[in-house]
Design a protein around this ligand. Structure first.
Ligand code: DX5
Ligand code: ZN
Length: 227
């Protein structure tokens, strides 16, 4: 089963990152916030592209039985092309690869051929020019607001210049593209990111590290401007 509905392009979406959830009771953690989840953000770290290791296709496949939400898989991997098929088979709905690993055109084509919704991610210090050539070919632009690898880091406000630039191009060219921010998103930074032009908000700690994750997700949505 895959959740094919990615929602309206450009509409506000809350994407809780399970990286901050209790991996020992992931299904319950995901169910608890389901009603405030638009996309479920799955952080995949390979210990090479980033200095941390997280989870892979078996977890996507297990979780798939417990959620019908859009699974937004963020592949922080040096060689994502070796694993795209496994993620598609496991039930990923979208996969995002990093532009820094190179081969973006081929990776985008490969993901598309697998029937995935396709994202391209850029680190905080990667220029907009690196992703600009691919905007016609992707569904999602992920502009990292922290350096990837760990949850719980502080939002880097300078990335908002890049978000504004991306939103200007999307509007000017009427592109069907979601703009996602990831890292340090909470009730204070969410409105800043939305004002700059982001419409998909990934949040790990601000949801799962709170005593009431569902209430926290609801507060985050309200802070970002509501449904
Ligand atoms: C960072 C990950 C993020 C992370 C966000 O490498 O890509 O998705 O889980 O966590 P918070 O919201 O805690 O910054
Ligand atoms: Zn992420």
């Amino acid at each position: 089963m895959t959740a094919l509905d990615a929602g309206l392009v450009g509409a506000l979406k809350i994407a809780p990152s399970i990286l901050a959830a209790d991996f020992g009771s992931l299904a319950q953690a995901v169910a608890a916030i389901d009603e405030e989840t638009d996309w479920l953000h799955v952080d995949v770290m390979d210990g090479h592209f980033v200095p941390n290791v997280s989870i892979g296709p078996p977890v996507v496949s297990s979780l798939r039985r417990y959620s019908t939400r859009f699974f937004d898989c963020h592949l922080m991997m040096s060689e994502p092309g070796r694993y795209l098929e496994a993620f598609a088979r496991a039930g990923a709905d979208g996969c995002t690869v990093h532009v820094e690993v190179g081969d973006s055109a081929a990776l985008i084509g490969q993901a598309r051929d697998l029937g995935l919704r396709v994202g391209l991610a850029a680190n905080p210090d990667t220029d907009f020019a690196a992703v600009a050539p691919f905007l016609d070919d992707i569904d999602l632009l992920l502009l990292m607001t922290v350096f990837p690898g760990f949850g719980g880091q502080s939002f880097i406000p300078e990335v908002m210049d890049k978000v504004r630039e991306a939103r200007r191009v999307v509007e000017a060219r009427s592109l069907a593209l979601d703009i996602e921010v990831d890292g340090g998103i909470d009730v204070a930074t969410a409105p800043v990111a939305v004002a700059a032009g982001a419409n998909v908000l990934v949040a790990g700690s601000a949801i799962f590290s709170r005593p009431d994750p569902l209430g926290a997700a609801r507060e985050l949505r309200a802070a970002a401007g509501g449904r």
